[in-house]
Write a protein that binds this ligand. Structure first.
Ligand code: NAG
Ligand code: NAG
Length: 298
């Protein structure tokens, strides 16, 4: 089953340079302490396909909102999923209009180029990705259910990432989040993609909300996670294609002052604000794309 899946993906993606799958032992851990203006670590967690009102009504997401600032005017970039993820890393959808696998020329920069130039460590934690830097899709071998999907991985389609082994090694299975956390070796920038069950894609906002609270609650008192950490919990897009694409988003973590817990911020943000906020925080410059001029969170 596993090998068949891999072969099918290799055929589907023929023309890309990677081996399928990569050696599961290939992975790397990088941490750093570069002080930022308003936070020292940025964590984004993306859930899937839910309208603002539905997410705001979920009891677990309400609890998360009580721990931070709800962004009431945060808009996704487009539909469907994949171009939103791509845009969050590179400031543009780079011509992607569907969830089909594709690649972006190696000359195109991402936030990773800006972070690395300042020595700021980064990683992606992708739940149920079968090996670090894996470039296909992956189904649960027992149930056949969708598990890890490439379209929900913001960096993997950029050739500047997927042709560089040292970068692929930082695109890791979510299980390694727990070991990096325990070792007090989390990076300063990270993107977390729950699997297709936990992000609500193949389930519902109830599942996504429950998973998010169970994941975040212990972290909000874990000193290996905290230390001026800013977390953004958001959704890639709304379920409805005729809405404004306003997605429910919360900023939390110990970079958010306790006095702001349970408040709202109605500034117009987009997924590009993830880039502009990080760029401003560490004086990274910019990508010259949608990041330029996108409102910063704080
Ligand atoms: C990836 O994560 C899954 C559980 O999410 C685990 O079963 C699997 O062993 C992990 N693989 C690697 C290579 O860490
Ligand atoms: C997603 O992860 C959860 C653990 O958080 C696991 O129970 C579930 O089976 C996974 N989904 C699939 C489709 O494997």
């Amino acid at each position: 089953m596993y090998l068949q899946t891999v072969t099918a993906i290799a055929v589907a993606l023929a023309g890309t340079a990677n081996a399928y799958p990569r050696d599961p032992s290939l992975t790397s851990r990088a941490s750093s302490i570069v002080k930022g203006k308003t936070f020292d670590r940025f964590v984004s967690i993306w859930l899937e396909n839910t309208d603002y009102s539905k997410a705001a009504a979920d009891p677990n997401l309400k609890w998360i909102a009580s721990q931070g600032i709800t962004l009431t005017n945060y808009r996704a970039i487009t539909h469907p999923s994949q171009p939103n993820y791509i845009a969050s890393a590179g400031g543009s959808t780079h011509g992607f209009t569907s969830d089909n696998a594709g690649t972006i020329d190696a000359s195109v920069q991402t936030i990773v180029d800006l972070l690395e130039a300042k020595g700021i460590s980064w990683a992606e934690y992708e739940q149920d990705m079968p090996s670090s830097g894996y470039t296909g899709n992956y189904n649960n071998p027992k149930t056949g259910a969708n598990d890890y999907v490439r379209k929900h991985n913001p960096l993997i389609s950029y050739d500047s990432i997927n042709t560089d082994p040292s970068r692929l090694d930082k695109i890791k299975n979510f299980t390694l989040f727990e070991s990096d956390l325990a070792a007090n070796a989390l990076p300063q920038w990270m993107f977390i993609t729950p699997n297709m069950t936990n992000d609500g894609h193949d389930t519902s906002v109830t599942t996504a909300g429950a998973w998010s609270k169970s994941f975040l609650q212990p972290l909000l008192s874990n000193s290996n996670f905290l230390g001026n950490t800013l977390v953004l919990l958001t959704f890639d897009e709304t379920e409805s294609y005729i809405s404004n694409n306003d997605v429910f988003s919360v900023l939390l973590g110990d970079a958010v002052p306790t006095s702001s817990h349970g408040t709202t911020d109605g500034t117009e943000y987009t997924h590009y604000s993830m880039l502009s906020t990080v760029e401003n925080n560490w004086d990274l410059g910019n990508l010259g794309q949608g990041d330029v001029g996108a409102a910063i969170f704080f």
